[in-house]
Design a protein around this ligand. Structure first.
Ligand SMILES: [Ca+2]
Ligand SMILES: [Ca+2]
Ligand SMILES: [Ca+2]
Ligand SMILES: [Ca+2]
Length: 389
C-alpha cells in the first residue's frame, strides 16, 4: 500500500488506527461468513478428558442458535466404542408424553383418535403423560441454556450395550406443568446440557485411548430442534431415485412372455443374470441441510497418568508421603547418571507440575528437587505438595 506524502505526515497513532480499521474491515465479513451467517444451529459435543477409572466426567453439549427461538429439541449422542467409557444410566420411572389427534368429535368427546409421531411439527389435540420403567441417562442442566425447562428426559436407547448412547428430549413449556417457560432466545453459544460418563480403568499400556462422541442424525426423530411455530430447523426433503427389483413368481405359459404375479425382492436376491424387472421411482427422504445446521462430534480421552494422590513418589515406592529416597532418585537422574529408566512416573516426579498432565524428562529440573527438599527438610509438611493433575 502506498501513502501520499501528505498522508504519511499523519501521526503514528493515526496511522495505527487506520491500519487497525483496514484490518477489521478486511477480516469482518470473512469471519461472519464462516462462523455465523449460514448457520441457524450449531451443535457441538465437547472434548472431555479424564483419568483411568474416573467417575462423573461431564460431557458437555453446546448450542449456538443465532436467529431462532428454540421451543424443544431431541438429540441422540453415542460413543463409537465400548471400551473407553460409558454414560451413566439408572433404572428410572420415565415420563413419556404421547400426543393424539382426534378424528371424530361428538360434542366435547373424541370418539376416535390416532397417535401423532412428531408433535412438534404435526397437529394434535391431546397430550397424555405415560410412565414407563426404563434406563435413563444421568444428565445435568444446572446453569445451562435449558435450566428450568418444563420437561427434560433422557433414555438409554441401546439397552443391549447400556451406556453407549443417550437420547435426550427437552421441551421448554408443556401445558401439563403449571407455569409458562419461554423458549430459548437466540444466543451466541452456551452449554445446552451435560451428561455424566464413567471412564473405565483402562491400563496405561493401552495406546488407543479416545472414543468419539457422535451426534447421530440417522433418524429424523433422533435429531430435531423446533421453533415455537413448529418448524424442525434444517430438515429438508429431497427426492432421490429408489430402485425396486422384481422377480416373476407366476409366468404366463409359453408362448406367452408375460407375468401374472410379481414379487418384490432385494437387489442381492436377484440371480446372476439380473432380476426379471427393475423399476425406478423418486422418493422423498428427509435430510439435514448442512448450510443451516452444523454438527461437531466430541470425544472422551483417557489421560495416561501414573500419578496417584499427590506428587512426590519419584522412586515409585507406592507411598503418598515422600522420603529421602525420592529426593535421591531425582538427584541421581539429574546430576549423576542421567538414567531416566529408574523413574517410572514422570508425573509423580514433576513436583512443580511445570509439564502439566504429561510431563517429559525436560520438565524435571532442579526446581522440582528444591521443592521436595524444602518439604522434607526445611519448611516441612506445611509446605504441602500438589495433587496429581
Ligand atoms: Ca408449563
Ligand atoms: Ca503420589
Ligand atoms: Ca516414594
Ligand atoms: Ca518441573
Amino acid at each position: 500500500m502506498r501513502f501520499s506524502s501528505n498522508e504519511m505526515s499523519t501521526s503514528p497513532k493515526t496511522s495505527l488506527l487506520l491500519l487497525v480499521l483496514i484490518l477489521l474491515l478486511c477480516s469482518a465479513p470473512g469471519l461472519q461468513a464462516d462462523d455465523e451467517m449460514f448457520d441457524r444451529l450449531r451443535v457441538t459435543v465437547g472434548d472431555t478428558t479424564g483419568t483411568a477409572g474416573e467417575e462423573n466426567s461431564a460431557v458437555s453439549v453446546f448450542l449456538t442458535n443465532p436467529s431462532d427461538d428454540i421451543f424443544a429439541f431431541t438429540i441422540h449422542i453415542a460413543l463409537d466404542r465400548n471400551d473407553i467409557a460409558n454414560f451413566q444410566t439408572q433404572l428410572d420411572t420415565i415420563e413419556v408424553f404421547t400426543y393424539w389427534a382426534c378424528n371424530n368429535w361428538v360434542g366435547e368427546v373424541c370418539t376416535d383418535s390416532v397417535g401423532v409421531d412428531d408433535p412438534l411439527t404435526e397437529p394434535w389435540d391431546f397430550e397424555h403423560i405415560d410412565t414407563v420403567e426404563a434406563y435413563a441417562g444421568v444428565f445435568d442442566t444446572v446453569g445451562t441454556l435449558i435450566s428450568g425447562w418444563d420437561y427434560v428426559q433422557s433414555r438409554a436407547v441401546s439397552t443391549g450395550d447400556l451406556g453407549l448412547d443417550i437420547l435426550l428430549t427437552a421441551i421448554s413449556d408443556t401445558d401439563s406443568i403449571p407455569g409458562y417457560v419461554p423458549p430459548l432466545s437466540p444466543q451466541g453459544g452456551g452449554v445446552l446440557f451435560r451428561v455424566l460418563a464413567d471412564i473405565f480403568p483402562i491400563p496405561p499400556e493401552q495406546e488407543d485411548r479416545t472414543a468419539t462422541v457422535r451426534i447421530d442424525v440417522g433418524f429424523k426423530r433422533w435429531f430435531g430442534f423446533s421453533t415455537p411455530e413448529g418448524e424442525s430447523i434444517g430438515w429438508i426433503t429431497v427426492q432421490v431415485p429408489d430402485t425396486n427389483y422384481y422377480m416373476c413368481t407366476s409366468p404366463e405359459p409359453p408362448p406367452g412372455t408375460g407375468c401374472y404375479e410379481w414379487t418384490k425382492v432385494y437387489s442381492w436376491e436377484c440371480p446372476a443374470e439380473g432380476c426379471d424387472s427393475v423399476g425406478i421411482q423418486m422418493v422423498d427422504i428427509p435430510v439435514l441441510d448442512s448450510t443451516q445446521v452444523s454438527l461437531f462430534d466430541g470425544s472422551i480421552t483417557v489421560l495416561n497418568t501414573c500419578c496417584i494422590g499427590r506428587v512426590g513418589d519419584t522412586n515409585n515406592s507406592g507411598e503418598d508421603e515422600p522420603t529421602i529416597g525420592d529426593v535421591s532418585t531425582i538427584i541421581d537422574v539429574l546430576f549423576i547418571n542421567n538414567n531416566w529408566d529408574i523413574i517410572d512416573c514422570l508425573a509423580e516426579t514433576d513436583i512443580n507440575q511445570s509439564g502439566g498432565v504429561s510431563p517429559t524428562p525436560n520438565d524435571i529440573t532442579i526446581g522440582d528437587v528444591s521443592i521436595l527438599i524444602d518439604y522434607l527438610f526445611i519448611t516441612g509438611s506445611s509446605l504441602g505438595l500438589p495433587d496429581c493433575l
